[in-house]
Each structure stands twice: as C-alpha cells, then as structure tokens.
Design a protein. Structure first.
Length: 119
C-alpha cells in the first residue's frame, strides 16, 4: 500500500529519519527552529501522519516512530515525478538533469559507475 505524504508531512518524517525515534515535543522544537511552525501546526501534522500509517505513537511522552523508511518514500516520489513530468521515461529525466548543469569529471564517473552497476 502506497502512503501519499504532502510536503508538510515529509518535513515531520524528515526529522524522524534524521534523528530516529523522538517525542512530538522534540519534533515541534526542531520545526519551530527550521521552518517557524508553532506547536499546534506540528502536532496536527504528526497526527495526520499517524492516521496515514507513516508514524506510530507510543507513550510515555508522545514518542514517535517512523513506520516507513526514507528510501521507500524517495522511490515513490521519484516514480511519481517520472510518470507525471517525463511520461514515465527515465531517460527523459536523465537528459533533463544532465542538460541543466555542467557536471564535473568526478560526477560523470559516478554516473557511469551507477549505470555499469545496473547492467
């Protein structure tokens, strides 16, 4: 089952992925610092993530645990981007990415290695 998270919910998840299991209060403190959200906003978004099955809550102290790994969300978001913007074509995505920026020799070698590893 795919869980669709909005950008605001991904900010909550990102704190959990970076810091591991932590309290809702700590997530709120971090996001107040990083994006200026108040506690009510953060708690509402945490509860939304819980309802969607992305976060598990336990007591004491409203402890939060990420139920989905970052890699799974990155993969789903990447697939959605490829399908929505590049007609499902990975090579169109690569062409767009490579056409936008001059790559260093080192970056080109890394990409060649990635392609070699996939073959």
């Amino acid at each position: 089952m795919e869980i669709k998270l909005f950008d605001s919910e991904l900010k909550i998840m990102d704190v959990l992925w970076r810091e591991g299991d932590t309290t809702a209060k700590h997530i709120s403190d971090v996001l107040k610092e990083e994006v200026g959200w108040n506690m009510n906003t953060t708690y509402t978004l945490i509860k939304r993530c819980i309802k969607k099955g992305a976060i598990e809550r336990s007591e004491p102290n409203f402890m939060c645990h990420a139920l989905i790994p970052k890699e799974k969300v990155q993969e789903a978001e990447t697939n959605e981007l490829i399908n929505k913007v590049y007609d499902g074509s990975v090579d169109k995505l690569f062409a767009a990415l490579l056409g936008r920026k001059k790559l260093s020799g080192e970056q080109i070698e890394k990409l060649k290695q990635l392609v070699d590893d996939m073959e």
